[in-house]
Design a protein around this ligand. Sequence first.
Ligand SMILES: Nc1ccn([C@@H]2O[C@H](COP(=O)(O)O)[C@@H](O)[C@H]2O)c(=O)n1
Ligand SMILES: C[C@@]1(CO)OP(=O)(O)OP(=O)(O)OC[C@H]1O
Length: 159
Amino acid sequence: MALSIGHGYDVHAFCEGRPLVLGGVVVPCDRGLAGHSDADVVTHALMDAVCGACRLGDIGRLFPDDDPAYAGADSLVLLSRVMGFAREAGYELLDCDCTVAAQAPRLAPHRDAMRSAMARAMGCDVSRVGLKATTTERLGFVGREEGIEAWAVCLMERP
Ligand SMILES: Nc1ccn([C@@H]2O[C@H](COP(=O)(O)O)[C@@H](O)[C@H]2O)c(=O)n1
Ligand SMILES: C[C@@]1(CO)OP(=O)(O)OP(=O)(O)OC[C@H]1O
């Protein structure tokens, strides 16, 4: 049995007129995030972590951001496709954990809904998906509420 770890990071800027989608959940907010897809920065970080562990490249390689097929794409659908590629390559998810840095809005009330949504997309039990939120104490671009960033790690097993 071989274990492999993956790490992912993503950032998206706030913009007007879009829903704020994080971990597959629409979080009430007066702004959303800019992007070619739904700009779900948490799910993007998690996808890149899985890509890293399974040596699949990265999400830009799998889902190019100049491909009209991904305009407004639901990132949970992409996450489920990434897990499909991972399973085809012989990997299974053991555990993953995400951190999202957002000065606002408050995300703790949505934590379990995000964990459930991402777990459903990955075809695993919610107990395998961790998620934490933090502010950056008003420091940097996150602290100035210009954008949101997220990190994820995952542990994959190849029997
Ligand atoms: N967007 C956020 C940021 C943080 N939280 C919760 O608040 C706790 C304290 O955050 P600090 O940045 O002050 O350390 C954090 O552990 C989260 O539980 C949140 O819900 N939404
Ligand atoms: C998933 C994709 C698809 O366009 O989403 P984007 O919204 O472009 O987000 P980004 O994290 O900049 O790049 C990843 C892309 O592959």
